[in-house]
Design a protein around this ligand. Structure first.
Ligand SMILES: Nc1ncnc2c1ncn2[C@@H]1O[C@H](COP(=O)(O)OP(=O)(O)OP(=O)(O)O)[C@@H](O)[C@H]1O
Length: 121
């Protein structure tokens, strides 16, 4: 006997931007510590607020500097949930290098992460 197909919730009104180039209010992203250059891109994409997995992952990864293991359904925004913290780490490293041109980088930004957290949306 075959199992019934798994139902996946996919709400296009929540998970898709306008795609029309109209900037939207992205203040909800600031609350989850999204870096300013990324805010600009999100505004252009029309992504007005983070999805559930993004709300859970971003503060833990960016502010608490934890490693994340996340689980959420397909189309729920996992790519940005890990992509934005990676961009944050790169921007932080670049800023440190610009401010400390003669210092060797050993324990900066992403490389110092040593805590773990698990999130599920
Ligand atoms: N906060 C958001 N607001 C609006 N659209 C978003 C948001 N986050 C992601 N998206 C869009 O939703 C779609 C699905 O996102 P994404 O591919 O990251 O999901 P996923 O969970 O990684 O899916 P999969 O499990 O299939 O890899 C993409 O088109 C993405 O650009």
């Amino acid at each position: 006997m075959t199992k019934p197909a798994k139902k996946v919730r996919y709400d296009s009104t929540i998970y898709h931007g306008t795609g029309q180039g109209d900037k939207v209010d992205v203040s909800a992203w600031e609350k989850v510590f999204t870096p300013p250059p990324v805010l600009e891109a999100l505004a252009e994409l029309g992504f007005s607020e983070p999805t559930e997995i993004q709300k859970l992952a971003l503060p833990a990864a960016i502010k608490e500097r934890m490693d994340i293991i996340g689980a959420a359904e397909t189309g729920s925004g996992k790519t940005l949930a890990f992509g934005i913290p990676i961009i944050h780490g790169i921007l932080s490293d670049k800023q440190y290098e610009a401010e400390n041109p003669h210092e060797e980088q050993l324990t900066v930004g992403w490389r110092t992460v040593n805590k773990k957290t698990v999130v599920k949306a």
